[in-house]
Design a binder for this molecule. Sequence first.
Ligand SMILES: Cc1cc2nc3c(=O)[nH]c(=O)nc-3n(C[C@H](O)[C@H](O)[C@H](O)COP(=O)(O)OP(=O)(O)OC[C@H]3O[C@@H](n4cnc5c(N)ncnc54)[C@H](O)[C@@H]3O)c2cc1C
Length: 467
Amino acid sequence: MNPAGSSGSVAIIGGGITGLTAAFRLMQAGVPVTLYEADQRVGGVIRSVQESGYLAEFGPNSILETSPKISGLIRDLGLEPRRGYSDPGAENRYLVRGGKPVCLPASPLRFFGTKLFSTGAKLRLLREPFLRRAPADKEENVAEFVLRRLGREWLDYAINPMIAGIYAGDPRRLSVIHAFPRLHAVEQRYGSLILGQILGARERKRRGEVSKQEAKKISFDQGLQVLTDTLEARLRAAIRLNTTVTALERAPRGWTVSVQSGGSEDAFEHRAVLLAAPAHCLARIALNADAGLTLAPLAEVYYPPVASVVLGFRRADVAHPLDGFGMLVPEVEKFRILGTLFSSSLFPNRAPDGHVTLTTYVGGVRAPDLALRPIEELFNLTLTDLATILGVRGSPTFRHAVLYRQAIPQYEVGYGRFKTLMETIETRASGIFLAGHYRNGISLGDSIIAGHDVADRIAAFARAWPA
Ligand SMILES: Cc1cc2nc3c(=O)[nH]c(=O)nc-3n(C[C@H](O)[C@H](O)[C@H](O)COP(=O)(O)OP(=O)(O)OC[C@H]3O[C@@H](n4cnc5c(N)ncnc54)[C@H](O)[C@@H]3O)c2cc1C
């Protein structure tokens, strides 16, 4: 028996940001942990690479600082001096309309002057507060919800690209209540999205939270991986790399955790277990508890493939001013890319002097097969679209493409059956906890908050352990 896996400790499965945050918070609370990570490194999808003067993010690019739990983690890790906020000059967001990037209006007043939406679509907004709310128990997809409240143009030119940017998803498949629970709650509570936007802001302020639209975007001097590297350094003795959890079995004082590592198998006993790996990985873990209780249905959670294509260019080879956060591409525009972040406009040190970095996403639910194309094809299709939309010329001075075969979980209509399963497991298999991007929201911020909150729940559970 491994001493770190002794009966007083908590097993954490998965060393992405959720598992690392939970492990750190538990360690602070004096609860011993062992974190099992299947890969040879922790961080999960977070990966920052420095090469040829570029600092590239292959996975996520920034964290939205929506909650004091996020700033608190950065403070407790001593990372405040290394944290950077995105350039205030990079707040513009572009949407592609008619093949060209059009800047989203920054204020309600400017909104009425924008060419992005027709007069009909603008007037449609004025009707929104007077529309009836949907029955509380009706589960709509996002497209139905938006068509009902705002109309076709808003769906095609605002919501469709936004969903590609957040979920790499499709509004016809995502469930409003599961993918955008706040939107659903706002309609139910205020009867109107516009009224809810105004009144909800006051309540968030009281809770010390900020909305995702208003939240500051964070990264670090050497990219997001600074956060997971620092967590790793703090937790080092508790981390088992190259160790895949394969089974969980009830034990007299908790759970026996079976692992595979370097061709050998082993088993350790823990009082509690946190499942912080992706749903499709959890589905492969045998749960030997009550009859009929299984993680297998989680294999049905759809994670589409997404390719992240990071390209560097000479500044002079990009016609667009890149004066913003990035651009999103509506499906009706018939391009192949989902959207592009102007990475070097957002944070400093992303590209050498006189150069820029563009991070483009390809695939998702809209075009899963595109993400799986050979790498040269991915570069070519990205370059072709960027040439038309942003006026990119010449060859890239830096290029990398990374494929996430199962990238982001889609909270589709019917996702409630997975949430019910998770609740059932927590209730019937006492000591098993579930948290992460497959349950608590898909963003990095959501994952940090989830890691924090589940650590509180586990710490409370640990206080009840007999000595
Ligand atoms: C391409 C891309 C871009 C994104 N961009 C952004 C962004 O800019 N901003 C944002 O807020 N969010 C973004 N996201 C979402 C965000 O990055 C993720 O939701 C978040 O990082 C998930 O963290 P996690 O710890 O829950 O899971 P993961 O990062 O997936 O970590 C899970 C870990 O579990 C391990 N594991 C799996 N099975 C086992 C097992 N059996 N035993 C042990 N270990 C196991 C895996 O190896 C992995 O390390 C992006 C996601 C992707 C894919």
